[in-house]
Write a protein that binds this ligand. Structure first.
Ligand SMILES: Cc1cc2nc3c(=O)[nH]c(=O)nc-3n(C[C@H](O)[C@H](O)[C@H](O)COP(=O)(O)O)c2cc1C
Length: 197
């Protein structure tokens, strides 16, 4: 059997009353069921990252960063793949997600990123498109498949269950299959040859 891949699922919203943990938990469970992944669910809201980036916390500064930044860095470093679950805020993704991304450089490099979005009519896809501009700078690659939940607030049944998850199941399988392919390819590539500086 192939070795398990380490997958970090990042909850991209930190707002009081946010929906973000719901789809994040859902995809974390689908990823465990899929069989290729061990999952670390990363909630930016719980990490206590500093609001402003000090000199010591910048990835380019040699030496140890603060405990919160070092702690998330460890978790990202361990990951072979990422899933970022993000809403759309004003046609982009939330500022706290960008803040968390910006503390790190090496931790993202040569790893795949799957994007799951939600929001109004566009399903949060404008957030995804902005993240597709950001991750190549960190030398991470976003995968083609995405999952999106448009107008999710209109899609609850009589028992209060979100109906979009059942519809998304087959797409989740394709999404995770593609993420696994990239993660295994890049694990092998990193082992064979270090990424040039
Ligand atoms: C500040 C803010 C800006 C928003 N802008 C958009 C937007 O541009 N497009 C959209 O589809 N939804 C937008 N929404 C609606 C969000 O997609 C929706 O509230 C979603 O639940 C937010 O994710 P969260 O609950 O995890 O914070 C916005 C919501 C907030 C709070």
């Amino acid at each position: 059997m192939s070795e398990k891949l380490q997958l970090a699922v990042i909850i991209g919203s930190t707002r009081a009353g946010r929906w973000g943990p719901v789809p994040s938990q859902w995809i974390a469970e689908r990823a465990v069921e899929h069989g290729a992944f061990e999952v670390d669910l990363v909630d930016i809201a719980e990490l206590g990252l500093p609001h402003y980036m000090t000199e010591e916390d910048q990835w380019s500064t040699p030496g140890a960063p603060s405990a919160a930044v070092a702690g998330l860095g460890e978790r990202l470093h361990r990951a072979d793949a990422f899933i970022v679950v993000t809403p759309e805020y004003n046609h982009s993704y939330p500022a706290p997600l960008k803040h968390a991304i910006d503390f790190y450089m090496r931790e993202w490099a040569a790893k795949p990123v799957g994007l799951i979005t939600y929001g109004g009519g566009a399903g949060g896809q404008r957030a995804a498109e902005h993240l597709r501009q950001v991750f190549p700078e960190l030398r991470a690659t976003t995968i083609r498949h995405t999952l999106m939940f448009s107008m999710y607030w209109e899609r609850f049944d009589d028992r209060g269950e979100f109906t979009g998850f059942a519809e998304a199941e087959p797409h989740a399988k394709s999404f995770l299959d593609e993420l696994e392919w990239w993660a295994r390819a890049l694990v092998d590539a990193r082992r064979a040859t270090p990424l040039p500086a």
